[in-house]
Write a protein that binds this ligand. Structure first.
Ligand SMILES: NC(=O)c1ccc[n+]([C@@H]2O[C@H](COP(=O)([O-])OP(=O)(O)OC[C@H]3O[C@@H](n4cnc5c(N)ncnc54)[C@H](O)[C@@H]3O)[C@@H](O)[C@H]2O)c1
Ligand SMILES: O=P(O)(O)OC[C@H](O)CO
Length: 362
């Protein structure tokens, strides 16, 4: 347990003026984000078990207390404990933080579900949609673990900045308010501010779909276009995210928040963003294979583009930016051709859902 004074006066207290930090949290996946969050939680005083699948990475991390490939230059919390044995990592944990790429989540859960207890809270941080099923991660978790307590933690948060305690705000969504507040209390620090939101669908979709637009923003940069084009892409991008999201049951206001415009801004403008950097390389004429090799980390927008495009067709939602990015990635379209296709579409009203009476009055 850590005294209130050490963590700052605004912390929520669990019990009698004392912040409970003596429980165990398992972090599955030691990429950039899993490592940064494990470091944050260990620094806050929790027992953190960081599990990874690679022996080589494990040996290096135990020896150097650094994640040289995914989070170089950060001396990790001395109390972090590293694991190759997933059963041991999960044992006694109150929270299981799932921090592997979206397409790997189902396989990971299948491989360890026999070690997961019914009361352990799954906190997902992956931002994507499953290929084939079109599922959000909560749907994958539901299919694999039935009614396991679940929350999604998302929002504008690059691992490189969180690991350096730079001010960051995120949002946690769960259908159960108590779970969202438990996760909020667990992760919140003076530098890492966590909001709650009941809209699991919106928070999951906002985090996944912004990667598609960020990839497009990178293409714009790679082509050498200016700020006008980037602003247009972001503005029209959030509209199509909101259109698809509301058709799938999300609250449209969620997309005006951290897991909407907030994450879109950071990902479209930051050089930390792998999605944006991948788009820049494609815009400069590199092939997809060359791009993925150069980035060397997960680029969620590449798989999510295909799923988002398929969802837009299935739900009959107009998503012209996503469609053109899908054409570039999977239809062999040239990036310049995609831009021409976007700019020369039929004339439109800006707010197409405007109610009929307003239109008539206008
Ligand atoms: N990096 C960030 O700043 C950040 C921030 C918020 C959310 N996210 C999201 O978090 C998720 C993970 O991203 P990341 O940045 O940590 O990716 P990363 O590419 O940095 O690392 C991915 C890690 O997952 C591991 N991995 C892959 N498949 C695995 C499997 N089957 N079992 C065990 N480990 C496996 C890899 O070895 C690697 O260590 C993504 O969905 C990403 O969008 C990342
Ligand atoms: O580096 P990216 O593009 O995967 O983005 C990381 C986070 O999602 C930013 O919030």
């Amino acid at each position: 347990m850590v005294q209130k004074e050490r963590l700052g006066k605004k912390q929520e207290l669990d019990k009698g003026g004392i912040i409970m930090t003596n429980y165990t949290i398992a972090v599955l996946g030691a990429g950039s984000w899993g490592t940064a969050l494990a470091h944050l939680l260990a620094n806050k005083g929790y027992q953190v078990n960081l599990w990874m699948r690679s022996n080589i990475q494990y040996n290096t991390m135990v020896e150097t207390k650094e994640n040289k490939k995914y989070l170089p230059g950060i001396q990790l919390s001395a109390s972090l404990s590293y694991h190759l044995d997933i059963e041991k990592a999960l044992s006694g944990a109150k929270i299981i933080l799932v921090a592997v790429p979206t397409q790997q989540v189902r396989g990971l859960l299948k491989s360890c579900k026999q070690f997961i207890n019914k009361d352990q809270v799954i906190v997902n941080v992956a931002k994507g949609l499953e290929q084939g099923t079109h599922y959000r991660i909560s749907e994958v978790v539901k299919e694999e673990l039935n009614d396991q307590p679940y929350a999604i933690l998302s929002g504008p948060s690059h691992a490189e900045e969180v690991a350096k305690n730079m001010p960051t705000t995120v949002v946690v969504a769960s259908k159960e308010r108590g779970i969202a507040e438990f996760v909020q209390n667990t992760f919140m620090t003076d530098d890492f501010r966590v909001y709650t939101n009941p809209d699991v669908v919106g928070v999951e979709l906002g985090g996944a779909l912004k990667n598609v637009i960020a990839f497009g923003a990178g293409i714009v940069d790679g082509l050498g276009f200016g700020d006008n084009a980037k602003a247009a892409l972001m503005t029209r991008g959030i509209r199509e995210i909101a259109r698809l999201g509301s058709s799938m049951g999300a609250n449209v206001y969620t997309f005006a928040g951290l897991s909407g415009i907030g994450d879109l801004i950071v990902t479209c403008t930051s050089m930390h963003s792998r999605n944006r950097r991948a788009g820049i390389l494609i815009g400069q004429g590199k092939s997809l294979n060359e791009t993925l090799e150069e980035i060397g980390m997960v680029v969620e927008g590449i798989t999510t583009t295909k799923v988002a495009y398929e969802l837009s067709v299935k739900n009959n939602i107009d998503m012209p930016i996503t469609e053109q990015i899908n054409n570039v990635l999977y239809g062999d379209f040239n990036v310049k051709e995609a831009v021409i296709n976007l700019m020369t579409r039929n004339k439109k009203q800006e707010i197409e859902e405007v109610i009929a009476e307003e239109l008539i009055a206008w």
